[in-house]
Design a protein around this ligand. Structure first.
Ligand SMILES: *[C@@H]1O[C@H](CO)[C@@H](O)[C@H](O)[C@H]1NC(C)=O
Ligand SMILES: *[C@@H]1O[C@H](CO)[C@@H](O)[C@H](O)[C@H]1NC(C)=O
Ligand SMILES: *[C@@H]1O[C@H](CO)[C@@H](O)[C@H](O)[C@H]1NC(C)=O
Ligand SMILES: *[C@@H]1O[C@H](CO)[C@@H](O)[C@H](O)[C@H]1NC(C)=O
Ligand SMILES: *[C@@H]1O[C@H](CO)[C@@H](O)[C@H](O)[C@H]1NC(C)=O
Ligand SMILES: *[C@@H]1O[C@H](CO)[C@@H](O)[C@H](O)[C@H]1NC(C)=O
Ligand SMILES: *[C@@H]1O[C@H](CO)[C@@H](O)[C@H](O)[C@H]1NC(C)=O
Ligand SMILES: *[C@@H]1O[C@H](CO)[C@@H](O)[C@H](O)[C@H]1NC(C)=O
Ligand SMILES: *[C@@H]1O[C@H](CO)[C@@H](O)[C@H](O)[C@H]1NC(C)=O
Ligand SMILES: *[C@@H]1O[C@H](CO)[C@@H](O)[C@H](O)[C@H]1NC(C)=O
Length: 497
């Protein structure tokens, strides 16, 4: 290829990546005791309008199920096959014939991730990494598939040293003999550098230097934003700071304008006691904010307008993963395809619909402190302006007469009264969103379709004329006014600040 056509090719690649909308994809790990079958997986992807996925291998059944689905697929050469592929052109050609050529075009394979975090996980294979990419590439060229399928390899962001301020970042110099030819290959083939970005671990390992809000993309006051003193660029989240650190590290090796794709990022929704920030609320906040940022295509401070397409880690909770509890809880869905949490994506278009069932409920969390529940119940039926008349003796939701059942009804009523807005199912941590309709016998929960599928008339959720903004509490319950006032104040700040 002449220099001129190479320039045109490069120009086309950059023009496309600057113009093309960024996408959100999802990683599909399979370490589940009850792994859904490929047909079920594809049904979930379609229902959720997930259009880009990454597999950790090239599973034949999965690739067959993905055929004619419209879904773009990045497959992987697993680390345990990397040495073979990197040492033998014939093995690589065979890999492509079996796992790629056999499936396209019906299955829209658009990328091959060769190995995973090889420099940090399998450094012994590093010397053959670039050969592996080149061998796979030449097999694609031989099959005339190199235009549509891009070959790359994902790195852990830990190979970036001195990553803040981003302008001073560089790749661990020990890996220059790999990174330089690798970046040259990516530049020549128009393939994206792939980066795994885990602000959760950056935050956990920072000894409180990184504020949680900064890791979760929560708005920071301008004086708390991190500023790169060399470039004067402002960083409002860890994700963009890490991606820009990678851009600066590439520039340090004289590679510029090669758009990065983030192949893995996410936040765990559950963890061991030593992992207190692995929570549903934080996972929801991180992923919802991430999606909004990526789809907004604002780019990073260093490369505004250059989309950072990103794959979320991951589709399912992988219950058979070893390690701390958080390892098993990065998923958006459980093995039954039910969402672990309902993402707050209003206004982000159709990707990852947050309503698999169209019906969500807010109920008391299992194991919550009864005193906290009582206080939250009192708040909901008082200042929260929920109509709690259905909980009175003789009314449909009086039985079972316990604080968990009554609080669940009141939380759900408040949640729907507030239009299921983000943060309205919290109640100081004793409430959680669920997709199971808690209605029983004649007690219909707000938001429930009821037996004949009609929604409750929302006016039944309007504030009763007897509960006023002054915060008077209906005398439905014996109330410890002092504890109510204190905890009620906390609710106000939790819900509205
Ligand atoms: C595969 O995806 C590419 C990129 O979106 C698209 O141009 C192409 O038409 C797709 N091919 C098939 C067979 O769906
Ligand atoms: C590898 O094999 C391909 C055919 O699959 C061939 O075109 C290419 O020249 C070979 N490359 C090397 C480095 O041997
Ligand atoms: C750089 O990489 C080498 C080789 O893997 C490793 O031994 C060294 O600890 C790394 N340096 C830093 C600062 O992480
Ligand atoms: C990058 O380019 C500059 C100027 O052309 C040169 O001085 C420097 O050695 C190059 N760095 C690398 C790592 O190639
Ligand atoms: C999305 O982009 C617009 C302008 O491009 C900006 O005003 C807005 O704040 C952005 N939203 C987010 C969530 O970054
Ligand atoms: C997500 O939930 C909100 C609030 O319930 C709703 O308005 C929206 O339509 C849902 N779906 C999407 C894709 O945002
Ligand atoms: C959710 O609601 C939309 C519009 O009302 C409807 O088209 C869709 O079928 C519903 N989905 C489910 C799973 O009920
Ligand atoms: C069933 O629908 C009718 C109106 O179509 C309504 O009056 C009635 O309350 C509904 N029943 C339930 C249990 O929701
Ligand atoms: C709900 O009830 C009110 C008054 O009882 C009525 O005006 C309104 O039309 C009803 N809404 C629906 C959706 O049935
Ligand atoms: C409001 O108060 C009046 C009497 O003050 C009472 O008759 C009525 O049942 C109350 N309404 C509710 C919804 O508690």
């Amino acid at each position: 290829m002449g220099v001129f056509s190479l320039l045109i090719l490069l120009f086309a690649v950059f023009a496309v990546s600057a113009d093309e909308d960024a996408f959100i994809g999802v990683n599909i790990g399979t370490d589940l005791s009850d792994m859904p079958n490929p047909t079920q997986v594809v049904a979930l992807l379609k229902a959720q309008q997930i259009r880009h996925v990454r597999l950790y291998d090239a599973d034949r059944a999965m690739l067959l199920a993905l055929a004619n689905s419209g879904i773009h697929v990045t497959i992987s050469v697993p680390n345990n096959e990397l040495l073979g592929v990197g040492q033998s052109n014939a093995t690589a050609a065979n890999w492509v014939a079996r796992n790629v050529a056999a499936h396209v075009p019906a299955t829209n394979i658009t990328g091959i991730a060769v190995g995973s975090e090889v420099l940090t996980i399998l450094p012994n294979a590093a010397p053959v990494l670039v050969s592996a990419l080149k061998f796979i590439q030449s097999a694609l060229v031989a099959s005339n598939l190199d235009d549509q399928i891009k070959v790359s390899t994902p790195h852990s962001s830990s190979i970036i040293l001195d990553s803040f301020p981003p302008s001073q970042a560089f790749f661990n110099r020990s890996w220059d003999p790999v990174m330089v030819p690798l970046l040259k290959f990516l530049q020549t083939t128009g393939s994206p550098p792939l980066l795994n970005v885990y602000p959760y671990y950056d935050y956990m390992q920072s000894n409180d230097v990184i504020p949680l809000d900064y890791a979760l993309f929560r708005p920071l006051p301008p004086n708390k934003e991190a500023v790169d003193s060399n470039t004067l660029l402002h960083y409002s989240n860890v994700f963009y700071a890490v991606v820009d650190a990678a851009y600066f590290a590439m520039a340090y090796l004289n590679f510029t304008n090669i758009p990065i794709v983030v192949l893995e990022t996410g936040w765990p929704s559950k963890g061991d006691p030593s992992e207190p920030d692995a929570t549903i609320e934080n996972a929801n906040t991180y992923n919802s904010n991430l999606i909004r940022h990526v789809l907004n295509s604002t780019g990073t401070p260093k490369h505004p307008g250059i989309a950072v397409s990103t794959y979320i880690y991951e589709l399912y909770n992988e219950d058979t993963k070893p390690g701390p509890l958080s390892e098993k809880n990065w998923g958006l869905f459980d093995a039954n395809g039910l969402p672990v949490y309902i993402m707050r994506l209003t206004g982000s278009g159709l990707i990852l619909a947050n309503d698999t069932t169209n019906q969500t409920f807010c109920t008391a969390k299992d194991g919550s402190d009864p005193k906290m529940l009582q206080a939250a119940l009192d708040w909901a039926c008082g200042p929260g302006k929920v109509d709690c008349s259905a909980l009175k003796q003789g009314q449909p939701c009086y039985e079972p007469d316990n604080v968990v059942a009554h609080a669940s009804y009141a939380f759900d009523a408040y949640y729907h009264l507030m239009g299921m807005a983000p943060g309205t199912c919290y109640f100081n941590g004793v409430a959680a969103i669920s997709t199971t309709d808690p209605s029983h016998s004649s007690c219909l929960f707000p938001g429930s379709g009821g037996r004949n599928g009609t929604f409750l008339n929302s006016t039944t959720l309007a504030p009763s004329s007897n509960s006023t903004a002054s915060g008077s509490i209906p005398l439905l319950y014996r109330v410890n006014v002092r504890s109510f006032l204190v905890i009620g104040g906390l609710f106000w700040s939790a819900v509205f600040l």
